[in-house]
Design a protein around this ligand. Structure first.
Ligand code: AMP
Length: 217
């Protein structure tokens, strides 16, 4: 299969930022580990997610790697005739880790452009287990949502309770007045792929100011 390679050009400001969320999710960006980890349930969940997205004709947008949890999502989507767009910066491409069978491969100059492009291409965000890179991508997207830069549904596939401790930490931020409860509640959590997609489809975004006043906590 031939891979279409495009060089990344940023869209003009405001376009593609998803200010008004479409009801139907036609593409989802998946953030997850470039390592496989050691819980087989995580890899099963990655495979299930790729398969379900393909079956529902939802394009998978992701970091283009053929390795780790990322590679499993892409493999499963491609095996089920899904459309998979990989977005990768030059320097990672040079390490030859990109998936050679992608529907489309978009090359960016750096990690920032990569994240922006993945955002532009997606109607929603799903985070699976991963490491620093995964968390960084997740937190940037939720921060942009908090600032009202987009209103897309942001889901965590909490396989085997992987994110329980993180969610506990975030609740502490709420109880200590650093995070608004409503903003915490923007995060949709489910341990089941279908359940998470249902929550994402039904998600009603809240336009909220970022800063917390004492009387708001
Ligand atoms: P991590 O959660 O630290 O494993 O990082 C996952 C994210 O880091 C991915 O979504 C990518 O953005 C990036 N990343 C790290 N290593 C690679 C790689 N070898 N190929 C592609 N992306 C990678």
């Amino acid at each position: 299969m031939e891979v279409t390679i495009k060089r990344f050009t940023p869209l003009p400001a405001g376009r593609g930022a998803g200010m008004t969320r479409m009801k139907k999710l036609s593409s989802i960006v998946v953030f997850c580990g470039s390592s496989e980890g050691n819980d087989p349930k995580v890899l099963q969940a990655a495979t299930e997610l790729g398969k379900v997205l393909a079956e529902r004709n939802i394009t998978v947008v992701y970091g283009a790697a053929k390795i780790g949890v990322m590679g499993k999502v892409a493999r499963a989507a491609l095996d089920n005739d899904g459309r998979v767009i990989g977005v990768i910066p030059d320097f990672l491409l040079l390490r030859e880790v990109f998936h050679p069978e992608l529907s489309e491969l978009i090359i960016t100059e750096n990690m920032h452009e990569r994240k922006l492009k993945m955002h532009e291409l997606s109607d929603g965000i799903i985070t699976l287990p991963g490491g620093f890179g995964t968390l960084e991508e997740f937190f940037e997207m939720i921060t942009w949502a908090q600032l009202g830069l987009h209103q897309k549904p942001i889901g965590i596939l909490n396989t085997n309770g992987f994110y329980d401790d993180l969610l506990k930490m975030l609740k502490k931020m709420v109880s200590q007045g650093f995070l608004k409860k409503e903003n915490y509640e923007m995060i949709l959590v489910d341990d089941d792929v279908e359940g998470l997609l249902k929550q994402m489809e039904e998600y009603v975004p809240l336009p909220l100011p970022k800063w917390i006043k004492k009387d708001q906590v």
